[in-house]
Design a protein around this ligand. Structure first.
Ligand SMILES: [Mn+2]
Length: 256
């Protein structure tokens, strides 16, 4: 499985492979225009084969229908639609173009607070915000250009998501999505808390099903296209014991 494209400032690609012995993968993805935002996600239908694929496709249909809804509402609608299916693990991310984080929903958690402070301070506070995240980020952050986006993400089950930033000396994983325990379609947590942070030009969002090892976001080749990045990650981190799918979404700054 290969696909790629561009939505606004986001260059995206997926690479995936069914587990040996299966013709279809139970892992699927969604990338859809949400009007001034891109909704992206990876869905891992439980188990593998046709019935896992059916669960994943059902979720994709729901997500494509009304992609601009808040992520917790989308997750709930997927849950309702998947009750007669095997169920799925799923992580979603809404990338809202532009810089107004307040329009993207209420920030949650320590990282979101530093993002909110950064948004209020404008460029003047960029260095200190970056240093508060990682001591080595300050100078590199100032060299990045173009409008930022707000990244809101939400996961149920084991589809991992990482935001990776290029810094001198190699990429660093800046943040990982908090994953809620549960199975979409079977058991949804009573409280779904989406988190919001800043996605800057150059930043890379990587989402991966559990067919890839935990190190999947450690060292993506950031000089490459999203397509090459997704293929590289799949080639190096595919466990080979399950369906595997990786989605790479790179912020390229101002749209062409
Ligand atoms: Mn899996």
């Amino acid at each position: 499985m290969r696909d790629e494209g561009r939505l606004g400032p986001i260059e995206w690609a997926v690479a995936g492979q069914p587990v040996a012995g299966e013709d279809v993968s139970g892992d699927h993805w969604v990338v859809v225009d949400a009007g001034g935002a891109a909704l992206v996600g990876v869905i891992d239908g439980l188990g593998h084969g046709e019935r896992a694929a059916e669960a994943a496709h059902r979720a994709v249909a729901v997500l494509s229908e009304r992609p601009g809804q808040p992520l917790d509402a989308l997750m709930q609608r997927c849950h309702d639609a998947l009750t007669q299916s095997r169920g799925a693990a799923m992580s979603l991310a809404l990338i809202t173009y532009g810089t107004d984080l307040r329009a993207a929903g209420a920030p949650v958690g320590a990282d979101a607070r530093s993002v909110a402070a950064e948004a209020r301070g404008g460029n003047g506070s960029l260095g200190s915000e970056a240093r508060s995240v990682n001591g080595s980020l300050g100078s590199e952050a100032r060299s990045l250009d173009g409008p930022r986006s707000a990244l809101t993400w939400l996961g149920v089950g084991n589809v991992r998501a990482s935001l990776v930033r290029a810094v001198p000396g190699g990429p660093v994983s800046r943040a990982a999505a908090l994953l809620h325990g549960g199975v979409v379609g079977y058991r949804l947590p009573s409280q779904l808390r989406a988190q919001t942070l800043t996605m800057r030009p150059g930043d890379l969002l990587v989402m991966a099903s559990d067919g890839l090892t935990d190190a999947f976001a450690d060292d993506p080749p950031l000089a490459q296209s999203a397509g090459k990045i997704a293929e590289d990650i799949l080639a190096r981190y595919n466990k080979g014991t399950d369906d595997a799918l990786v989605l790479a979404a790179r912020h390229r700054g101002t749209p062409p």
